[in-house]
Ligand binder design. Structure first.
Ligand SMILES: [Zn+2]
Length: 108
């Protein structure tokens, strides 16, 4: 039996359901603002504070991802479609009016 390939990133579509995204984020203890995209639209996540602290390579295409000192590589962008956030978590953390994690992590 052929096993379906399961991955977060995909071909334009996200490849994960809404419920799966929540599961992933809960499992990783992520709130909003930790999801980013490589220059080719592949989604990846940054842990810790959500700020880009080191550069890495996209698993899918090898493009440069991440950044330095909380500054995201200019070719990358926030993956708004993953969690609805428009800014990285680090930015959000600087603006408490922007986002209340309790709204998002509450019981559904
Ligand atoms: Zn990529």
């Amino acid at each position: 039996m052929k096993k379906a390939k399961k991955e977060i990133v995909g071909d334009g579509g996200l490849g994960v359901s809404e419920a799966e995204k929540v599961d992933i984020m809960k499992a990783m203890n992520f709130s909003q603002g930790h999801w980013y995209k490589c220059p080719n639209g592949h989604i990846y996540a940054i842990g810790e504070c959500g700020g880009a602290m080191q550069e890495s390579k996209c698993n899918e295409c090898g493009a440069k991802i991440g950044g330095h000192s909380h500054s995201l590589n200019a070719t990358n962008s926030v993956a708004t479609e993953m969690d609805g956030s428009r800014h990285g978590a680090y930015t959000l953390a600087q603006d408490p009016n922007n986002f209340d994690p309790r709204d998002w992590m509450g019981d559904h």
